[in-house]
Design a protein around this ligand. Structure first.
Ligand code: E4P
Length: 213
């Protein structure tokens, strides 16, 4: 399983990229709205920093509008992936973008059927939202497992991005359940590094080193 970072903040992206594990970036309108910069300018900065997939979400609700936005976004850099909401209009847009070899990430996936439809429309990625399902008492990870099994049975090569990831256990379980990618906020990414025995071990090594005769 690969790691994407889920943010539109360029400093966070640079910090994650310096770790050497970053395979891509996902943004969404809420994340972009927190930043005080034009979306296109930020995408230029991000794509200059990260060579992997950078998901940029359209905000139109009709396929025609989505396609117009997608053309403008895709022109920013070759590694832009167009993020499209899981709607009937979104599916139409995905089909046409896929015919033009433009990569797509179908977002706001909350059921296996939605993931299957998106894949059949030609999506490069589907993004099941784990945390938001957990929030309403559903099992987000069971959805990832179902999608992975269906894609495996039917030899579908659309990749699964575990999204709405809130804590380290989501990351481990997403990997075990067949997600190809987890898109993770910086605080969760950094928390994956931490282990109390690692910290204690370093402290002990340093103490022994400094006390040597
Ligand atoms: C994924 O692409 C989304 O941007 C994101 O993971 C949503 O997460 P949230 O539920 O924490 O907003």
């Amino acid at each position: 399983m690969k790691f994407f970072i889920d943010t539109a903040n360029i400093e966070e992206i640079r910090e994650a990229n310096a770790l050497g594990i970053l395979a891509g970036v996902t943004t969404n309108p809420s994340l972009v709205a927190k930043e005080n910069i034009s979306f296109h300018d930020r995408l230029k900065e991000i794509t200059a920093e990260v060579s992997g997939s950078v998901s940029a979400e359209v905000i139109s609700e009709d396929a025609e509008g989505m396609l117009k936005e997608a053309d403008e976004l895709a022109a920013i850099a070759p590694n832009i992936t167009i993020k499209v909401p899981m709607t009937l209009e979104g599916l139409k847009a995905v089909k046409q973008l896929s015919a033009k070899n433009i990569k797509t990430n179908v977002t706001l996936i909350f059921s296996a059927n939605q993931a299957l439809l998106a894949a059949r429309a030609g999506a490069t990625y589907v993004s099941p939202f784990l945390g938001r399902l957990d929030d309403i008492g559903h099992d987000g990870m069971a959805l990832v497992a179902q999608i992975a099994e269906i894609f495996n049975i039917h030899q579908i090569d659309t990749e699964i991005i575990a999204a709405s990831v809130r804590h380290p256990l989501h990351v481990t379980d997403a990997a075990l359940n067949g997600a190809h990618i987890a898109t993770v906020p910086l605080n969760v990414l950094k928390s994956l590094v931490k282990h109390p025995l690692t910290d204690q071990g370093i402290e002990k090594f340093m103490a022994d080193w400094n006390n040597q005769k």
